[in-house]
Design a protein around this ligand. Structure first.
Ligand code: GTP
Ligand code: MG
Length: 178
């Protein structure tokens, strides 16, 4: 018999880092250069045939970057089992905000056993190698480990780089703890 798992996953990070674009790429295989800020939260659903007996319903919560200054995140984070924390490789300030998002996450949601929910770090817009600070970024292995992320990826929603891999990494971590 097939079993079904509903996983609530958050996508968080500063304004304009590409959270909505990553989700649109992953779920609908589309990309647009047009920027429209998310207001509050948006939702998307991706169905994964995880293995021969498990269907995963991945419920993606696309949280507006401006919500870091609001007080709704406690409500949005409730019962989440994983998160993608996104920054923009061309803007250092968005990398500095990563720890604020991770701290916000860990202070407001945890797994049943008290451990923090698995989080994967995404450096997005890696297609802009020449214009960004990509080359100046240290490799993030140590940062990732020191701050409790389960993995990190350089991604591009525009070129469809590592989006699937990052999602897989997160879902595997979630399925491993549950
Ligand atoms: P908020 O909803 O305000 O929090 O922003 P967001 O994180 O959802 O960002 P969004 O996906 O709306 O993208 C912001 C801008 O960056 C848009 O103009 C996108 O086209 C652009 N963008 C997103 N991902 C990429 C990428 O991988 N490469 C490039 N070159 N541009 C990108
Ligand atoms: Mg958005």
């Amino acid at each position: 018999m097939q079993r079904e798992r509903l996983l609530k996953v958050l996508v968080i990070g500063d304004l304009g880092v590409g959270k909505t674009s990553i989700i649109k790429r992953y779920v609908h295989q589309i990309f647009s250069h047009h920027y429209r800020a998310t207001i509050g939260v948006d939702f998307a659903l991706k169905i994964l045939n995880w293995d021969h007996k498990t269907v995963v319903r991945l419920q993606l919560w696309d949280i507006a970057g401006q919500e870091r200054y609001g007080n709704m995140t406690r409500v949005y984070y409730r019962e989440a089992v994983g998160a993608l924390v996104v920054f923009d490789m061309t803007r250092a300030s968005t990398f500095q905000a990563v720890l604020k998002w991770k701290g916000d996450l860990d202070s407001k949601v945890a797994l049943g056993n008290g451990r923090s929910v698995p989080a994967v770090l995404l450096g997005n817009k890696c297609d802009q190698l020449s214009t960004g600070l990509c080359s100046k970024l240290p490799k993030l292995e140590n940062f990732t480990r020191d701050h409790g992320f389960v993995g990190w990826y350089e991604t591009s929603a525009k070129d469809n780089t590592n989006i699937d891999a990052a999602m897989m990494c997160l879902v595997e971590s979630i399925m491993a703890v549950e």
